[in-house]
Design a protein around this ligand. Structure first.
Ligand SMILES: Nc1ncnc2c1ncn2[C@@H]1O[C@H](COP(=O)(O)OP(=O)(O)OP(=O)(O)O)[C@@H](O)[C@H]1O
Length: 346
């Protein structure tokens, strides 16, 4: 288990990570998800021992590995943690097998034990045939597999990933997600994975910490993030497509369409694309939109319309035409209401 207790990291007086506490159960796959600059990498670096917290404590199991107050920060090599970065950082002058062997040598394993571990790791990542090649002689996807093999060969208790798939093309990325989950399942190591890609988070995580501005907006399962977003920020960040956040003022959609379902609130109402209907009828809860994009999705259409200067998405069974003016009908009740600060109020 990994636990963080009131972790803060400041750079020149600015908090990159601000008072973060959570616990990750043993064997879990935690994704740190958030936009660029929200503090994800800084969090991971503190877990790896590459950065020291300004204040707060980090425990791996019962072992205190970092403590801001006393200045304790166990060196990376003493944490039983493996790390994989976006850049594969393979040693170019060593073969694939040599790269995987290096950390095992450092750990003092016998030649025989090293051979077994190298074979095991290469087999798991499907790269046994590449053992004698040099990094410059294999593709980017293969290099990332070697980096993963090198990380798992010492069988770390904690695996840390910093956007490891972002240099790969889209198809390879999807394939590697599955490989990573296999590695995680086989190793049963507690994993922490940094990404700004919510699809990666939703498909891989057992737990997700959504970060914004150095703070955790919500720490939850992927299912609960979608079903019960705690803030407008989370609602707008997860989901495919992300839910619409429609401005409301004094119980009126866009400040103009009154609706008792909005409970006189001001802030944003969350409406999922599948709750909005494309129509031509001029009824209650409808508003005019100019259709902008129409994307076929699994036999239906994801329609983006522009109204009051904002983009709103709907799922429709019927096709619309770009640049035409139609109407969207809002549901009887929004899926959630957030106040002006983005806090969920219903
Ligand atoms: N060594 C440093 N010195 C000063 N500021 C830093 C340092 N490292 C990070 N920061 C700042 O801390 C904040 C968080 O950075 P961090 O790299 O953790 O974000 P991130 O969420 O991982 O972003 P990205 O997805 O772009 O990598 C940013 O404002 C960044 O500029």
């Amino acid at each position: 288990m990994i636990s963080l207790d009131k972790i803060t990291k400041s750079f020149a007086g600015t908090n990159a990570v601000n008072d973060v506490s959570f616990s990750v159960p043993e064997g879990a796959f935690l994704v740190l998800l958030g936009p660029s600059g929200c503090g994800k990498s800084t969090m991971l670096r503190m877990l790896a021992g590459l950065d020291q917290p300004t204040s707060g404590k980090i425990h791996f199991g019962d072992t205190l590995v970092a403590d801001g107050a006393s200045g304790l920060s166990a060196p990376p090599a003493n944490r039983d943690a493996g790390l994989v970065f976006q850049s594969y950082a393979l040693w170019p002058h060593m073969t694939v097998a040599g790269n995987i062997e290096w950390p095992l040598k450092i750990a003092g394993l016998s030649a025989e034990a090293r051979r077994t571990r190298i074979a095991e790791a290469m087999d798991m990542l499907g790269i046994s045939a590449l053992a004698n090649r040099y990094p410059g002689e294999i593709s980017g996807g293969q290099q990332q597999r070697v980096a993963l093999a090198r990380m798992i060969a010492p069988r770390p208790k904690v695996m840390l990933f910093d956007e490891p798939l972002s240099n790969l093309d889209a198809t390879l990325r999807v394939e590697m997600r599955f490989e990573l989950l296999k590695v995680h399942a086989a190793s049963r190591a507690t994993s922490v994975y940094v990404t700004h890609d919510q699809m990666e988070a939703m498909t891989m995580a057992t737990h997700v910490a959504v970060m914004n501005n150095g703070r955790i907006e919500q720490f939850d399962t992927p299912e609960r993030l979608l079903a019960e977003p705690a803030s407008a920020f989370v609602a707008g960040f997860v989901g495919m497509p992300a839910a619409n956040l429609i401005p409301i003022a004094n119980g009126r959609w866009f400040g103009t369409i009154p609706d008792p379902a909005l409970r006189n609130s001001t802030g944003h109402a969350m409406v999922r694309a599948e709750q909005i209907e494309l129509t031509d009828a001029d009824g209650a809860r409808t508003f005019r939109v100019t259709l902008a994009e129409i994307v076929p999705v699994a036999g239906r259409f994801l329609i983006t319309g522009i109204a009051n200067g904002m983009r709103i998405t709907a799922i429709s069974d019927t096709l619309g035409k770009p640049a035409t003016v139609r109407r969207f009908r809002l549901p009887d009740a929004p899926a959630a209401i957030f106040d002006k600060q983005g806090k969920r109020i219903s």
